[in-house]
Design a protein around this ligand. Structure first.
Ligand SMILES: Cc1cc2nc3c(=O)[nH]c(=O)nc-3n(C[C@H](O)[C@H](O)[C@H](O)COP(=O)(O)OP(=O)(O)OC[C@H]3O[C@@H](n4cnc5c(N)ncnc54)[C@H](O)[C@@H]3O)c2cc1C
Length: 491
């Protein structure tokens, strides 16, 4: 759901693909790696939400870094624009070509090999097209843990995760995607390969270039490989579902949980009743863990790498008295602890299926914002009021990674209102929400990035100095503006 589609299309290079270039591309990637048929191109030019529809001269699917490099060099020589794409699950339109795009979509999906797992050294070297869930499973098979975890993990790819600096439900403990990376290999916009595939925790040799490419949404180069950090596999996990008094109570519960769990809080996800009900309505097989007379719930998970041992208190033995104390304090109104894998999976399914459920529910608007953790309740109160003042029948369903100060401040359109009518209100709502979050020292994009949706918002809210630095970096690496043009920056 676009919060704010830009008022006008940015100027992008529109050098068309000639028959000769198509032949050259085919010579590099083979028939298997080139899609020219309009119908077959469709999944690559429409975004996950089904809201943005772009165009591409061809979809190119290289199978190695060498092929990526040759394709990019060819495009560079001819001034042809490139849209890098992983799993195409991004929510800001970053992986979708603009309608005016005449160049290629470069899909990393065939580069899906795990190159090395060093379980002793806790690192894994992978190609950019590996699906996140496959990497989680690979780590688990080596008794290790890759903490990056998000609702799209069955189809998003690690290159896309790093390019968006994805967040997800484990950031509280392990940090964003960029914190999980030791080294990168990147194909630059001129086709050169930067080999920064180092597995070093300490490396103070000048600028830390890898961080330029993470969160750049494919505008500075194409990530082809990564060295990822691993952690010990969790052995003792306790998941609970709490009906809570209000968002302030969520903060207080989390604050106490750190010490009570002996620093083992893995996730803490705030959900509104409206979000839960939407999932229960649309996602088959989900069951309500707890009905209570409150609009606010919390999914709290503690996990330890230490296996439960007879005679010592495990995570659930620690969680139960903690929840009893929180009940007594009036912050928790009711609670269930998952006693089986199925119960825990159901809780997580509800949390992770909100985006899918909202897509099924109908037109809506969503803002991925962050603010200092302690100000979340104030933002929810003021923000909801500001939006309802503009459109009183809009239906809020806020949720968020509350431990990260990250709120998905989301709304379904009023019952029966179509997308076009809702769009008439979005500019005013966007301004109200983003003005508020900015006035509170927060960010207009916590984890989803800028893509094309927030192009105008970034330039509205960031200072000239900050935008100038970004433009300088972009122009230095990509003077022709062929790498994902018209995303993040208009230029
Ligand atoms: C159900 C659902 C739940 C989600 N939950 C979360 C969440 O909790 N947290 C979160 O942060 N996001 C979430 N997202 C958003 C999305 O999944 C993430 O942004 C994800 O990291 C995108 O990965 P992808 O492979 O699909 O990238 P894509 O959508 O293909 O691309 C995203 C951006 O990265 C660029 N890109 C892709 N691959 C490369 C590469 N190899 N090199 C350079 N640039 C590249 C693209 O050009 C684009 O700008 C969710 C999405 C869905 C659909």
């Amino acid at each position: 759901m676009p919060a704010a589609v830009p008022s006008s299309e940015p100027t992008i290079p529109t050098v068309p693909l000639t028959a000769q270039m198509l032949d050259s591309l085919r010579a590099i990637v083979g028939d298997k790696g080139l899609i020219e048929d309009e119908h077959d191109k469709q999944p690559f030019v429409i975004d996950w939400r089904g809201l943005l529809v772009g165009r591409a001269g061809a979809v190119v699917r290289p199978a190695s870094t060498e092929e990526v490099s040759k394709v990019v060099r060819l495009c560079h020589e001819h001034g042809v624009a490139i849209v890098p794409q992983g799993g195409n699950t991004g929510l800001m339109g970053g992986a979708t070509p603009w309608p005016a795009h005449t160049g290629i979509v470069l899909s990393l999906g065939r580069m899906n090999r795990v190159l090395d797992v060093d379980a002793v050294g806790y690192v894994m070297t992978v190609e950019a097209g590996c699906v996140l869930q496959t990497l989680q499973e690979t780590a688990a098979n080596h008794d290790r843990f890759l903490p990056l975890s998000l609702g799209a993990q069955g189809s998003c790819m690690i290159g896309g995760n790093l390019s968006t600096n994805a967040g997800g439900v484990q950031v509280l403990r392990y940090g964003n995607a960029r914190n999980l990376v030791l080294g990168l290999e990147v194909v630059l916009p001129n086709g050169d390969v930067w080999d920064g595939l180092r597995a070093l925790k300490k490396d103070n040799t000048g600028y830390d270039l890898k961080h330029l490419f993470m969160g750049a949404e494919g505008t500075l180069g194409i990530i082809t490989k990564a060295v990822l950090k691993l952690w010990p596999a969790p052995k003792d996990v306790c998941t609970s579902w709490l009906a809570i008094r209000d968002p302030r109570a969520a903060l207080e519960i989390l604050s106490d949980a750190h010490a009570a769990s002996e620093d083992n809080v893995g996730s803490c996800e705030l959900m509104s009743r409206a979000a839960i009900d939407m999932v229960l309505r649309h996602i088959p097989g989900t069951q309500d863990p707890l009905k209570a007379d409150t609009p606010w719930y919390l999914l709290l998970e503690w996990s330890s790498a230490r296996a439960r041992q007879d005679g010592t208190a495990g995570m659930s033995e620690k969680m139960a008295p903690f929840l009893a104390d929180q009940l007594e304090a009036g912050r928790v109104l009711d609670a269930v602890i998952a006693h089986t894998g199925n119960q825990s999976r159901n809780m997580w399914r509800i949390r992770e299926a909100v985006a899918e459920a909202s897509r099924a529910e109908g037109p809506g608007i969503s803002y991925d914002v962050s603010v200092a953790i302690s100000r979340i309740p104030e933002f929810i109160d003021k923000g909801t009021k500001a939006v309802l003042d503009i459109l009183p029948t809009i239906r809020p369903y806020p949720l968020g990674h509350i431990g990260d100060g990250n709120l998905h401040f989301s709304f379904m359109g009023p019952n029966g209102m179509d997308q076009q009518t809702l769009t008439q209100y979005t500019a005013a709502i966007t301004r109200a929400v983003n003005d508020l979050i900015t006035s509170m020292g927060g960010s207009i994009s916590a984890e989803h990035g800028i893509g094309m949706d927030k192009l105008d918002e970034l330039s509205h809210y960031r200072s000239k100095t900050e935008l100038d630095i970004m433009r300088t970096i972009k122009r230095a690496l990509d003077p022709q503006n062929i790498m994902n043009p018209g995303k993040v920056l208009r230029l």
